[in-house]
Design a protein around this ligand. Structure first.
Ligand SMILES: [Zn+2]
Length: 98
């Protein structure tokens, strides 16, 4: 038990160290070649787009259309997520109240 625990702790520490090193390599200095400016990606084609892009796609016609479709189906799903439980509750309550 003790040995296993120690090995696990060492592995965790090693992983943490490696992660720290990698994060350090990505510089905060805008002049460094390792610098990555804050940005986001087009939700369809993953092209980098400005941080404040809204809607979050690159503006190309296919991406805009696909994004609009996705948004529509997402809204419909969201509505159903609330509507179906509401109907279920009503069906359950109706026989009790009448
Ligand atoms: Zn795109």
């Amino acid at each position: 038990m003790g040995r296993m625990e120690e090995r696990l702790k060492k592995a965790i520490a090693d992983t943490a160290n490696t992660t720290k090193k990698v994060v350090k390599q990505l510089s905060d200095n805008p002049k460094s070649s390792k610098y990555i400016p804050p940005h986001r990606h087009c939700v369809i084609c993953y092209t980098p787009v400005p941080l404040d892009a809204d809607p979050a796609h690159c503006g190309d016609q296919p991406c805009a259309e696909k994004h609009a479709r996705q948004e529509k189906s997402r809204k419909r799903l969201n509505l159903m997520l609330y509507l179906f439980p509401a109907i279920a509750i009503m069906l359950f309550l109706l026989p009790i109240l009448t």
